[in-house]
Design a protein around this ligand. Structure first.
Ligand SMILES: [Zn+2]
Length: 105
């Protein structure tokens, strides 16, 4: 892999700790250029890591049914991040057939 400095970057692997060490992404590939010291990843390498993060956070979910309504649950990590608690008000905004946004008050 060619570095922008003209150097030749070598493939390396390292463990990356995320979320205060709760998630360890093992052997994450990246390129290191010995000439300029730059570390970089390809978009394919990044998207594989992102898939693991989504899985860890529980971001891919299914709707559930409750008392005649369809409900979506919010994973705890997102609830904490956005200050979402029972009774908090929100608005649903239909942005496209595939995208429904939650606007917090
Ligand atoms: Zn370089």
């Amino acid at each position: 892999m060619k570095c922008f400095c003209g150097g030749s970057a070598a493939l390396q692997f390292e463990d990356i700790g995320l979320f205060e060490g709760k998630l360890i992404l093992k052997d994450q590939p990246f390129y290191h250029c010995p000439k300029c010291g730059e570390n970089f990843s390809t978009s394919k390498q990044v998207s594989k890591g992102a898939d693991e993060v989504r899985k860890f956070l529980g971001l891919d979910r299914k709707f559930i049914s409750t008392g005649g309504s369809i409900a979506a649950t919010i994973p705890p990590v997102l609830a904490k991040q956005h200050g979402i608690k029972k009774g908090k008000k929100f608005r649903l905004v239909s942005e496209s057939p595939k995208k429904l946004a939650i606007i917090l008050e």
